[in-house]
Design a protein around this ligand. Structure first.
Ligand SMILES: Nc1ncnc2c1ncn2[C@@H]1O[C@H](COP(=O)(O)OP(=O)(O)OP(=O)(O)O)[C@@H](O)[C@H]1O
Ligand SMILES: [Mg+2]
Length: 261
C-alpha cells in the first residue's frame, strides 16, 4: 500500500489519504459530553520592544469545536502567529485565557504547562522545525519519549503514523534527505504522535510548491473530517482558507470577521 501512496503523484486524492490515515489511533475527542476543544477568552498580548509597546493581540474571543478545521487569515503582522503561539502555550499572554479541553492552560505552572503542551497540543510550522542530526523515526517519537512512553511503544506508535502518512520507508533517513512535502509529513506525524486534542499549524504549506502544499492540506483536511482531529491553521492562501470549515480574519490583533465556509 505504501508504494501505491508514494506513487500517487497525479492521482493523489482525499480518498487515498482516508485509506492511509485509517491506520491512525482512534481519537477520544468525539466522545464525552464536552464538544469544545478550544476556547479563547479576552486574549491580549502586548510586547515591550525598543520601539515601544506593540499590541499584537487585543481582546480575542472565539471557540473551536472538537473536530473542527479552523483557518486563521490576515495581513502580515496582524497577530496570527502570536495567537497560535498563545494557544499552543509557547508563550504567555498579557491577559486573558485559553481553555484546552476545558483546562485553563495559563493557570498551570511551567512544568504542568510543558506537560499540557507535549500531550495535548501538536505543532506544525512553516519551516518544519525537524531535528536534522537525527532520524525521521526519532523526530516523530520525540513527544512520546518526553511523555514517558516505553521505547517499544513509542517506536510502534511513530511507525504506525509514518506509515499512515505514506512515509514509513523514510523512518531511518535524516530529515534533510527528504523533499519538502515529505518533511512536512514528518512534522505532521510528530504533531500526532501523542494523539493531541488539537493540532496547530502555522502556514504549513508556506514553504511548499502548490501541488505539494495542496497534498499536505488534503491530509490535514482528511485528519479533521474523517478522523475528527481539531485543527487550527494559519494561512495566507485564500483558497485553502475557504476549503476549511470556518475562517477567522485577524486585523491589528482583533477578530475582524468569523465566517463559516
Ligand atoms: N517577540 C516579539 N517582540 C516584539 N514584537 C513582536 C514579537 N513577536 C511579534 N511581534 C509583533 O507583533 C505583531 C504581530 O506579529 P505576528 O508574528 O503575530 O504576525 P503574523 O500575523 O503572524 O505575521 P506574518 O503573516 O508576517 O507571519 C507584529 O507587529 C510583530 O512585529
Ligand atoms: Mg506569522
Amino acid at each position: 500500500m505504501i508504494m501505491r501512496i508514494l506513487n500517487r503523484d497525479k492521482s493523489g486524492t482525499a480518498e487515498d489519504s482516508t485509506t492511509m490515515l485509517s491506520q491512525l489511533p482512534k481519537t477520544d475527542d468525539d466522545t464525552g459530553s464536552n464538544s469544545i476543544a478550544l476556547a479563547v477568552k479576552g486574549l491580549s498580548k502586548i510586547y515591550d520592544s525598543i520601539a515601544g509597546k506593540v499590541v499584537a493581540l487585543d481582546n480575542i474571543n472565539f471557540i473551536v469545536k472538537k473536530g473542527e478545521f479552523l483557518s486563521i487569515v490576515g495581513p502580515s503582522g496582524s497577530g496570527k502567529s502570536t495567537l497560535l503561539n498563545m494557544i499552543g502555550a509557547l508563550d504567555r499572554p498579557t491577559s486573558g485565557h485559553v481553555f484546552i479541553n476545558g483546562i485553563d492552560i495559563f493557570s498551570l505552572n511551567d512544568s504542568q504547562l510543558a506537560t499540557m503542551r507535549n500531550n495535548h497540543i501538536g505543532f506544525v510550522f512553516q519551516s518544519f522545525n525537524l531535528i536534522n542530526r537525527t532520524t525521521v523515526l526519532k523526530n516523530v517519537k520525540l513527544p512520546s519519549t518526553i511523555a514517558g512512553a516505553p521505547v517499544s511503544e513509542s517506536n510502534k506508535r511513530a511507525m504506525r503514523i509514518l506509515e499512515a502518512l505514506g512515509i514509513g520507508d523514510k523512518a531511518s533517513q535524516k530529515p534533510f534527505n527528504l523533499s519538502g512535502g515529505q518533511q512536512q509529513r514528518v512534522a505532521i506525524a510528530r504533531s500526532l504522535v501523542n494523539n493531541p486534542t488539537i493540532v496547530l499549524a502555522d502556514e504549513p504549506t508556506g514553504n511548499l510548491d502548490t501541488k505539494t502544499g495542496d497534498d499536505v492540506f488534503e491530509m490535514l483536511k482528511t485528519l479533521s473530517h474523517k478522523f475528527k482531529r481539531t485543527i487550527v491553521m494559519v494561512t495566507h492562501n485564500p483558497e485553502l482558507a475557504e476549503s476549511t470549515d470556518r475562517s477567522i480574519l485577524i486585523k491589528d490583533g482583533r477578530v475582524e470577521r468569523d465566517v463559516v465556509n
